[in-house]
Design a protein around this ligand. Structure first.
Ligand SMILES: [Ca+2]
Length: 310
């Protein structure tokens, strides 16, 4: 009996150990440390509302201050960590990273190690997300870009009808096209008799809207100027001066002109119609005369008959 008992106890112990190993697996699940420039992110950015604010890399260099570092530890050796970004960009290293570096997906094989580092940056003020899958556990992190300095301005004005309010809109964006708020844009409206200058700060949507009333019919030059960022190699050159045109038209006068043109066209059509009717009548008369003569000819010269006109 004793000789049989020992192997049985050994088997039972092995079974328990195996079961323990299986149960213990989740305890080894990867954990993530989130930092920006080595400073821990205190509120877990696992909801859009708690997105980590990151400056856009307007200097064309993605540095530690521009990126969220997701440092995964206790990842199973020999496994692969994947991450997929929407409205954000992923890197596995910041060395030499520029605004055009990175990709929307990364795949990191841990090899014999148990760690994986993912860096997230963004060029947009939209809320972006990064879905990280490690050891079969999916976690989504959110980031949100903060617009860079004013880089580009533009000015637009739809044609205005005389007597209505003309709306001139100047827009300011950063080097990545994000709206820049709180930046001064000066707007000059140049008419034949003078120049009016207005200055205002862009609102949250990056625009300055100037409503103009009492304008007379004509074309107005619009000049928008602003202090913009210094040019950065590799990024869109700054534009701090743009021109536009505002047209004010007298719709009633335009309609009257078009009405007069239409009346002339209608008179021409009536005249041509009358001339056509006359020509048709003339042709009909000529045909009748011809057929009458042809009939007489055919009676007189039956051997040299001619065909009648139909
Ligand atoms: Ca930077």
């Amino acid at each position: 009996m004793t000789s049989l008992k020992k192997p049985l106890i050994a088997i039972a112990t092995a079974v328990v150990l195996a079961a323990t190993a299986l149960v213990a697996a989740p305890a080894n699940a990867a954990s993530a440390a989130l930092t920006v420039n080595a400073v821990a992110v205190t509120t877990a950015p696992t909801t859009a509302a708690n997105a980590v604010a990151l400056p856009v890399p307007a200097d064309n260099s993605v540095d530690a201050t521009d990126a969220l570092k997701i440092a995964l530890t206790s990842v199973t050796a020999g496994s692969t960590v994947t991450a997929t970004a929407t409205d954000a960009v992923l890197l596995t290293s910041l060395t030499g990273a520029t605004a055009s570096s990175g990709s929307a997906t990364v795949s990191i094989a841990t090899g014999t190690g148990t760690t994986a580092d993912i860096f997230v940056f963004t060029k947009t003020t939209k809320t972006g997300s990064v879905v990280v899958v490690a050891d079969g556990v999916t976690t989504t992190y959110y980031v949100k870009g903060t617009a860079g300095a004013l880089n580009t301005i533009k000015v637009d004005a739809p044609t205005a009808a005389l007597g209505t309010t003309a709306k001139v809109t100047a827009t300011g964006t950063d080097v990545f096209g994000n709206a820049v708020s709180g930046s001064a844009i000066a707007l000059q409206v140049v008419s034949a008799t003078g120049t009016a200058t207005y200055t205002a700060n862009t609102d949250a949507s990056g625009t300055v809207v100037r409503e103009l009333t009492g304008l007379t019919v004509g074309s107005y030059d619009l000049l928008a100027t602003a202090t913009v960022a210094i040019a950065v190699t590799g990024l869109t050159a700054p534009t701090g001066f743009v021109r536009g045109t505002l047209k004010v038209v007298d719709l009633a006068a335009l309609v009257a002109t078009k009405d007069a043109e239409l009346a002339i066209a209608n008179a021409t059509i009536a005249d041509l119609t009358a001339k056509l009717a006359l020509a048709e009548a003339k042709a009909a008369g000529n045909k009748a005369k011809y057929n009458s003569l042809a009939k007489k000819w055919n009676v007189k010269f039956p051997k040299a008959k001619v065909a009648l006109l139909k």
